[in-house]
Design a protein around this ligand. Structure first.
Ligand code: AMP
Length: 380
């Protein structure tokens, strides 16, 4: 029988960003305490947590104190050192487990694991010199992407390469000593599946989301019936394959490319809620953050039901924010929710918040969310 961690218990979150904040807000609503590790009181999650360890991941004493104060620990980003995850897991349940964490923070391990699960990925290869990079480019057809093997996110540590790129210059300026080269997938659409698995083995899935990126950063996500129906079942089964292979307890996201001939190719795994799942807060009976809480605490599984015909989410990056908040920009808009993460310092490319709209069709939802964001930006 699964042990239930009930209301009144403390959820530990490694990482103090917006994903931790949105989990913390759900946890508080459901009567849990929240402890966060890795950010101070001004951090997005620290602002809404009960207890904060600003500490660093090399401080075993602090990790031990933190784990001892929690009934269960999860994380909101994947770059947590293995030794820190092990210290915590020795004291307190850590979900998803450290095996998945280790795979998700290393692109080579991740791509290899996906292949081992029988899932299609882009052709890939590790390179250590500009010459090896040149060979990979020519073997993979000219259009490739060089990625840092670890620590990359939101397009950081990523270089697009074409037949015309000077590879000596690019390799030197990248500062890499090794990198993973991937064939560029000529995709029609990008999709993601956010899914959860309970300790009982029961898996649940949100319907796949359609994602638009700008400058390698997620820009707009759309959810609606029949949006990706011909491949929805296949995409969902791919998520199930990863959940089961790693005996995941918790939430993960797989990011996919859909090619023009209808093939799905897995790009990467995020072992946590995902930016593309933010619209589940308004568009589903149970958000991805509530699902995270339910799975890691062993609560009763709930079916995931979309409660609006369609929804769309647009990220608010630093460059999208108005200079001053003008309530007029949001007034008169129904079915639109604004989320701000409490960050100071609105830099270009930095995720500051998002807006979600609900509508009767996915086209309307997308139009509306883009127009709301433009109105905000116009207040500058
Ligand atoms: P990643 O950090 O791997 O999630 O990449 C960020 C974004 O870069 C993806 O969402 C795609 O838009 C683009 N991208 C990354 N890898 C590839 C690839 N192999 N082929 C085409 N586009 C890619």
């Amino acid at each position: 029988m699964t042990h239930t961690i009930g209301p009144g218990s403390t959820i530990g979150i490694l990482g103090a960003g917006q994903l931790g904040r949105m989990l913390a807000l759900v946890a508080r609503r459901m009567g849990y305490g929240v402890a966060v590790f890795g950010g101070d009181r001004r951090s997005p999650c620290g602002q809404v947590a009960d207890a904060v360890w600003a500490g660093n991941y090399d401080d075993t004493q602090q990790l031990t104190e933190f784990a001892s104060a929690c009934d269960v620990v999860t994380y909101e980003f994947e770059n947590i050192p293995a030794h820190a995850a092990a210290t915590i897991a020795d004291l307190t349940p850590l979900h998803p487990n450290a095996d998945l964490l280790a795979v998700a923070q290393n692109r080579l391990k991740e791509k290899t694991a996906l292949r081992d699960c029988g899932l299609p990925t882009a052709e890939f290869r590790m390179v250590h010199t500009a010459d090896e990079l040149a060979l990979a480019r020519s073997d993979f057809g000219g259009d490739v992407i060089l990625k840092a093997n670890t620590d990359g996110y939101d397009g950081k540590g990523q270089w697009s390469i074409s037949a015309a790129t000077n590879l000596e210059e690019l390799w030197t300026s990248s500062g890499l000593t090794e990198g993973l080269v991937e064939q560029r997938v000529p995709f029609e659409f990008e999709l993601s599946v956010v899914a959860g698995r309970y300790a009982s083995g029961e898996c649940v899935y949100f319907e796949p989301f359609l994602n638009h990126h700008a400058d390698h950063i997620l820009d707009v996500t759309i959810s609606g019936s029949n949006l990706v129906s011909p491949v929805a079942e296949q995409a969902t089964q791919m998520a199930r394959g990863v959940l089961e292979r790693f005996h995941v307890v918790g939430v993960l996201c797989i990011e996919l490319f859909l090619t023009s001939d209808g093939q799905l190719v897995v790009n990467e795994i995020a072992p946590r809620p995902h930016n593309s799942g933010h619209l589940t807060i308004e568009a589903y009976n149970c958000s991805q953050f509530e699902l995270q809480l339910r799975t890691i605490c062993g609560l009763e599984p709930v079916p995931l039901i979309r409660t609006a015909p369609a929804a769309a989410m647009a990220n608010l990056l630093g460059q999208h924010l108005p200079a001053t908040w003008d309530a007029a920009a949001m007034s008169g808009l129904t079915d639109t929710q604004l989320h701000l993460y409490g960050k100071s310092g609105a830099k270009t490319g930095r995720k500051m918040g998002h807006v979600t709209t609900l509508a009767n069709t996915s086209a309307d939802a997308e139009d509306r969310v883009r127009s709301v964001r433009s109105q905000l930006t116009a207040v500058r």
